[in-house]
Design a protein around this ligand. Structure first.
Ligand code: PLP
Length: 360
């Protein structure tokens, strides 16, 4: 405790620690650790009283604005246990910055990024014996902000809660690193330029569930969104950005103001450049992808995101046609990127970019 004397964050430890789940039963987001971080905002006081307390339900008035107008944003990052017992975070500063960009878009108060980072680090430290270390496992960190003012008028809330909760997780998809089928959506749209697609906010997910359900009926795990205006430019997969290897060149949609700038996306781009892999960031139409598939030049497709890191795509379903990617198994480059990123995250390979931050 002594080296933390200067920190404004107080810690109240639980008197009744929970049993730890088996690594084999983790799944994604099923278990929560013993503690959580919480801090309030009032317009007159700003953010105040940051503290770590036992994990517990919170009580909210039914008129809290978050329930009615959806003013809420979140983040997702992971802590990893290295073989020599250290705990590493992956580019957490990027999450703190993006949280504030999301806050701004939703007219919510920004947070002191230092407090966000310190809150994450201290909470992870308090619950560090919850971090699993079997291959593919990690501690998922979910910071989020909700509007708590009790008022039904449509206007930015004057009160908020910022919280961080932790969940030990296994592989994101129940079938592990195996390629998934993806449904290319042509009926629903999720976000448009000028909307909230660039913010990590609940509404984007609420807007996507119907399409996700219908895709599941077709045996597809996720939806690939096309742009909402022309319905032809590729945007992103449900909770992941998307990359295509056409011939020897890797392409990903350029950020266009209607989908999320993923931190994994940025990391993959920097890795590809570091490896001198031909790479393009530009507008990509679904027609171009269908044509590349017909020509036999569409070699690999993969999604990128914190939860799954790299998710190979084995099949694209588009207008009744099921297009198999390569031989339907994990592509060679997808596997190389997965190994490199997870190697850096878990401290197994050198981190030439200075991406990892130790929790000590
Ligand atoms: C979180 C998220 C991603 C992935 O972002 P990462 O920073 O790589 O985890 C992609 N798309 C959406 C819609 C997301 O919410």
């Amino acid at each position: 405790m002594n080296e933390r004397m200067a920190s404004p964050i107080t810690i109240e430890r639980t008197q009744s620690p929970k049993p730890r789940p088996q690594a084999s039963s983790l799944g994604f987001g099923k278990y929560y650790t013993d503690h959580m971080f919480i801090m309030e905002y009032e317009a007159s006081k700003g953010w105040h009283t940051p503290r770590i307390v036992p994990y517990q339900p919170i009580s909210l008035d039914p008129s809290s604005k978050v329930f009615h107008y959806g003013q809420t944003v979140f983040e997702g990052l992971k802590a990893y246990r290295t073989d020599d017992g250290r705990v590493l975070l992956f580019r957490p500063q990027k999450n703190a910055e993006r949280l504030n960009r999301s806050n701004e878009r939703l007219s919510m108060p920004t947070l002191d990024e230092e407090i966000v980072l310190e809150g994450i680090k201290q909470l992870v430290k308090v619950d560090q014996d919850w971090i699993p270390n079997e291959p593919g496992t990690s501690l998922y960190i979910r910071p989020f902000v909700i509007a708590t003012e009790n008022a039904l008028g449509v206007a930015p809330s004057q009160e908020y809660l910022f919280m961080i909760i932790l969940s030990p997780v296994g592989m994101y998809y129940s079938n592990g690193m195996n390629p998934i089928s993806i449904f290319v959506e042509s009926k629903y749209v999720r976000a448009v330029e000028g909307g909230v697609g660039t913010a990590k906010t609940a509404g984007n997910y609420a807007a996507s569930l119907k399409a996700q359900e219908e895709a599941a009926e077709q045996g597809c795990a996720q939806v690939l969104w096309l742009d909402g205006v022309h319905r032809k430019y590729i945007e992103e997969v449900g909770s992941m950005n998307v990359f295509f290897r056409i011939g020897d060149t890797v392409v990903t949609p350029a950020l266009n103001g209607s989908f999320l700038a993923g931190i994994t996306r940025d990391s993959v781009i920097r890795l590809l450049k570091h490896w001198n892999v031909p790479f393009e960031e530009r507008a990509i139409t679904i027609d171009e992808i269908v044509q590349a598939h017909r020509d036999g030049t569409l070699k690999e497709v993969f999604g990128t995101g914190t939860a799954a890191v790299i998710s190979p795509v084995g099949e694209l379903c588009w207008q009744g046609e099921r297009m198999r990617i390569g031989d339907g198994t994990t592509g060679e480059l997808s596997a190389r990127i997965y190994d490199a990123v997870t190697g850096i995250q878990t401290g197994k390979v050198e981190d030439p970019f200075g991406w990892t931050v130790a929790v000590d």
